[in-house]
Write a protein that binds this ligand. Structure first.
Ligand code: P6P
Length: 344
């Protein structure tokens, strides 16, 4: 006896809608397209995604797990560590260690290089949980990561040169946004692709293929609380944004503010101030990763003088001013620098 459902006039394919392309399958497809791929980078990306799923579970229940609030220590930046900062750092370090594809990690939460397997080729620079001051107020936060191939010979100890590479040398970069949905967005230099976590499956599923950062927009993101600490050109730029009736959006989570630029167009600015002459954001594991994503999707990332990706790092935790997002908007913002530098 045929299953009555099979006789139903409804198109069968509507009975079982496709799940879509999972991250694992997408990574494998891209690996198969590359003649030089060994599968190591694919596994590394899977390790990061696994840690992201674990963090997602903990972030969404942090108030119930006694992992919100301060940890009672400061990181190398002198910033108060939140408990979830420490938890995220442990999760990513453990995932990368157990995944066996990473020779070293530079983390916002660790003063020095974390040495893992010297027989591996890949170095990871990571901000395990960016925007963590937002955790306790239930605002989106994110993970930012950058992946490099080591320069020193495999088998030996990882050297500083392996870590202090220009952003142009990244082989992959991305972010995980723990927001109204959890997304993993990454690039390996062949476009930017976004995956949304399907919690009931525990799978990241392709939701934003070939992401493009709109070249224009109406949103500017800057902490206007620093207005009187900004250089004059920044103050004039902000005044002009208001005069044009642009929309101010700033939630204090770089990943969320940047992701909005990727989706709607916009510019994110974290200028230097007298107090912070090199700005606040860290080059290795915040600026470079998002700059790679921005450029791969048609956007721009600069420190006001040069491409972020061209900056030669000299210290693990060095900072940089950051102007990031829609190409025309970033160009327009930094044109104020040139105007003022000529006048001055
Ligand atoms: P401020 C979070 O601490 C962070 O690193 C970014 O995520 C965010 O955009 C920025 O700093 C916020 O800094 O000084 O505006 O609070």
């Amino acid at each position: 006896m045929l299953n009555p459902l099979l006789l139903h006039p409804m198109n069968k394919s509507k009975l079982a809608l496709p799940i879509g392309t999972t991250l694992d399958r997408f990574i494998k497809q891209k690996e198969d397209e590359s003649s030089s791929a060994t599968g190591e980078l694919s596994q590394l990306l899977r390790d990061i995604a696994l840690a992201g799923k674990i963090i997602n579970k903990e972030v969404t229940k942090s108030g119930l797990l006694d992992i919100s609030g301060g940890y009672g220590s400061k990181n190398v930046q002198g910033e108060d560590q939140q408990k979830l900062d420490v938890v995220a750092d442990i999760r990513f370090t453990r995932a990368l260690k157990n995944g066996g594809m990473t020779c070293a990690i530079v983390s916002e939460e660790e003063d020095e290089i974390i040495h893992l397997n010297p027989n591996c080729r890949y170095v990871v620079a990571i901000d395990p949980l960016d925007g963590s001051s937002n955790i306790d107020v239930n605002v989106s936060i994110g993970t930012i990561f950058s992946i490099y191939k080591r320069i020193s010979p495999v088998g030996g100890p990882v050297q500083e040169e392996d870590v202090l590479q220009k952003g142009t040398e990244q082989v992959a970069a991305g972010y995980i946004l723990y927001g109204s949905s959890t997304m993993l967005v990454y690039t390996t230099g062949r476009g930017v692709h976004g995956f949304t976590l399907e919690p009931s499956l525990g799978e990241f599923v392709l939701s934003h293929n070939e992401m493009n950062c709109p070249e224009d927009g109406k949103i500017y993101s800057i902490n206007e609380g620093n207005y009187y600490a900004f250089d004059e050109w920044v103050r004039t730029y902000v005044d002009d944004c208001k005069k044009k009736g642009m929309t101010a959006r700033y939630i204090g989570s770089l990943v969320a503010d940047f992701h909005r630029n990727m989706m709607k167009g916009g510019v994110y600015l974290y200028p230097s101030t007298q107090k912070a002459p090199n700005g606040k954001l860290r080059l290795l594991y915040e600026c470079n990763a998002l700059a790679f994503i921005a450029e791969q999707s048609g956007g721009i990332a600069t420190d006001g003088k040069q491409r972020i990706l061209e900056i030669q790092p000299t210290a693990f935790h060095q900072r940089s001013p950051l102007y990031l997002g829609s190409a025309n908007m970033v160009e327009q913002a930094i044109s104020y620098i040139r105007e003022y530098s000529i006048v001055e």
